[in-house]
Design a protein around this ligand. Sequence first.
Ligand code: NDP
Length: 334
Amino acid sequence: NQRWVLRKRPEADITAEHLELVTQPVPDLEDGQVLIRNIYLSLDPTHRLWMSDREQYLPPVQVGDVMRGGTLGVVEESRSDRFKAGDIVKPVVGGWEAFTVADGKMVRPVDRHPDIPLSAYMSVLGSTGITAYFGLLDIGNPQPGDTLVVSAAAGAVGSIVGQIGKLKGCRVVGIAGGPEKCRWLTDELGFDGAIDYRNDDVPASLDRLCPDGVDIQFENVGGDIMDAIYNRLNLNGRLSLCGMISRYNDEGVMPGPKDFGRVLMKRLTVKGFIVIDYQKRFPEALEALTEWVSKDQLKWKNHVVEGLDNALDGLSLLFTGGNDGKLMVRVSEE
Ligand code: NDP
């Protein structure tokens, strides 16, 4: 079995010294277990957090352990009465590895729609779509006519958030890096405006595109971009804090908005969330997302890196904006 093992905790950018690809035998199955051949491995910004020992929402990966990561695969062998060979599944806890051995109770079936590509279950119909769904609808509480601003808007989560916002009748502005990503948002996804933070003046562009202020901030980035949107939040505005990717490569604290008094003066609701908080409600999100996908009301892009040996280089793309859509590794053929 090919597996990536955490060798050293990163203090800044991830490099080759932090993760090592090793070959280990696949253990024999015990009663109740299944052997899964992984087809896709999701690469997520949170992997950088799991590699560090900062305070977080799950235990960090331990040095010497296989790197944790979401996977989708096919059951090759089963000693569980829940699954048979050929079933498409996701382990609750997957890893950066070619094969996963898991207890059948810790594996979820993938209820695949025949017309939808399997890779969609790693993005728009995976935790990406579910994150967008609950982060916007539960915390953002979008109402028709609201102005919604999304950061990392051309990314996996952000692009779905903006489209759901449009479906709910919001005016949607996205912030993304580079003219091509911005064009995709306005020309293909129907965003009302897009700001290229690499070339545009973000505060001035927000003033121009959101003349009536901002009702919902869906925050993926943190730092100056977060501050610029926050400073324009209206009375009773909502800040759904999904991520702060611009700070993940620093080991220090992740600073918040400078003017915290705005929460008081404008009666803001500021709430962080982690998608796993919503585990019991995943079916609700998947039902809605599948319907939107089937009706062509949601578009998405996947960025597929070929081969498990390229996983480490692939992960860095998230921190340079080199990914164009939901980043994942094709570990083996379907
Ligand atoms: P994306 O597909 O959005 O990829 C990350 C993008 O972030 C990059 O493409 C880049 O886009 C942007 N980015 C990276 N560094 C910076 C920076 N310094 N400044 C501005 N933009 C930057 O990844 P995901 O959709 O998987 O994740 C997006 C966010 O959602 C992350 O913060 C992640 O942690 C969070 N998340 C949270 C979850 C939760 O449960 N709370 C679940 C899943 C994700 P660009 O080219 O525009 O710069």
